[in-house]
Ligand binder design. Structure first.
Ligand code: MN
Length: 435
């Protein structure tokens, strides 16, 4: 809808072409109508009769419009940024969601986007808001709970064909209850995520774990960028955002440079300090204002450096079969949920001491054990993901979860058991080392 000389004009679409119409009868956004009228000199249709379609008729027409959008989008048959075995499998879903988003935009659907509060989630949100108008909210908890569901219902439940998008969280079983409420309220939702999950029934989830194991490197931000590009986002803009998202989640699927890593760090720092609400525009501003960006980057970096120095001062460093094992406690340095996180500190300690010598760094708190391994130590038989998996298997009662990839991994520990878990990890390391 728009005003032309004070008169309301509407734009209607069948998914392929768009047409101006003039109508004395008011139309609301997203209505599906049958229309009769005449073309005037300006090329607009002057409506004589409008019938609002409902029920099956409306659904049928929407399907036809969707098919037209699908035809006119001309999306590539293969993934655009990363074309490998896994992304080929997810591609049909990503493509279909791109069609749905373009349609949603044409229909003026009311969209609420909740993005996880880290660089991966923010980059994905940047990409999606590049193609869609959304109300955006940062989500710091990994769980979508009943309270979130009620809040979202009251925010967009009464608006035009509401749709909720959860980005970089929402797959886990614990979110099911809240999502059932959303569905019961007649609100569509879709989850774009890359965290492991179990129950695959009845939920609209786009997640590489639907196709294979150990695929968290296909980050939610990356997936969102593929979808956004397929929906019309500038390719280079999408690639840039996907690279930062991958740098933030330490994913190797796209090569990232120092600038990507720095941007990811700044986004992680910002999301950590500005922890809820709608901050996307603020984040965008920081990324655009060089001076502000530089000073935030410096602050973020200095606090990691300071924490890493403290950690290193308390480290125990031993050499076993030519591999240096550097272990350090982080409880006195890290405050849960605050900057810098134990994984950032562990990475920094690792960066400070790594060289030719095969090396594994282990930072631990009461709740977690974090591992960083260099190529030399991988060649000696160490693999962070396997170590985490083996500890999980042998100490099921002491460990909540764990995993990662060859060079980085983490184990989440039940409070009070970190000594036992560290001992077991040490045994697993000794077992894995090749003499
Ligand atoms: Mn992520």
């Amino acid at each position: 809808m728009r005003y032309n000389y004070g008169r309301k004009e509407y734009i209607i679409t069948d998914g392929k072409i768009e047409q101006n119409i003039k109508s004395d009868q008011p139309l609301s956004q997203g209505s599906v109508v049958k229309l009769e009228g005449e073309l005037d000199d300006s090329g607009s249709i002057v409506a004589n009769r409008i019938v609002f379609l409902e029920g099956v008729k409306e659904t049928d027409v929407l399907e036809r419009i969707k098919a037209n959008v699908r035809d006119s989008l001309r999306v590539s048959d293969e993934p655009i940024l990363v074309n490998d075995e896994i992304t080929k499998k997810i591609w049909p879903q990503l493509k279909e969601l791109a069609v749905e988003f373009v349609l949603a935009k044409k229909l003026g659907r009311s969209i609420l986007l909740r993005f996880h509060g880290d660089a991966d989630g923010v980059c994905g949100a940047f990409a999606l808001t590049g193609i869609l108008y959304c109300k955006t909210f940062q989500q710091n908890s990994a769980m979508y709970n009943v309270k979130d569901a009620f809040r979202d219902m009251s925010t967009i439940g009464q608006e035009n064909k509401p749709l909720i998008v959860l980005l970089d969280f929402g797959s886990s079983d614990s979110c099911k209850e809240a999502l059932e409420l959303i569905a019961a309220a007649g609100i569509d939702y879709v989850i774009i995520d890359h965290h492991p999950y179990n129950a695959k029934e009845n939920r609209k989830i786009i997640n590489p774990f639907g196709f294979a194991d150990n695929v968290s490197k296909y980050t939610a931000g990356y997936l969102a960028c593929e979808i956004a590009i397929a929906s019309g986002l500038d390719l280079e803009k999408g690639r840039e955002l996907a690279k930062i998202a991958c740098a933030g989640d330490k994913s190797s699927i796209l090569e990232s440079d120092d600038s990507d890593v720095k941007k990811a760090m700044v986004l992680d720092f910002l999301t950590n300090h500005v922890s809820f609400g709608n901050n996307l525009d603020f984040y965008k501003k920081v990324m655009e204002k060089q001076e502000l960006f530089a000073s935030i980057a410096q602050q973020a970096d200095e606090s990691i450096e300071e924490a890493a120095k403290k950690a290193l001062a308390g480290a125990k460093r031993v050499i076993e079969k030519d591999v240096e094992i550097c272990t350090f406690p982080l409880d006195a340095i890290v405050r849960k949920g605050e900057w810098p996180s134990s994984s950032k500190i562990t990475t920094r300690v690792y960066d400070k001491i790594r060289g030719e010598q095969p090396l594994i760094c282990i930072g631990y708190t009461e709740y977690s054990v974090i591992m960083r391994i260099n190529d030399g130590a991988v060649a000696k038989g160490l693999n962070a993901n396997e170590l985490a998996e083996n500890v999980k298997k042998t100490m099921a009662d002491f460990v909540k979860g764990g995993g990662g990839h060859a060079k980085a991994g983490a184990i989440s520990v039940r409070p009070g058991f970190n000594r036992e878990v560290l001992g077991e990890l040490q045994r697993q390391i000794s077992k894995s080392l090749i003499a």
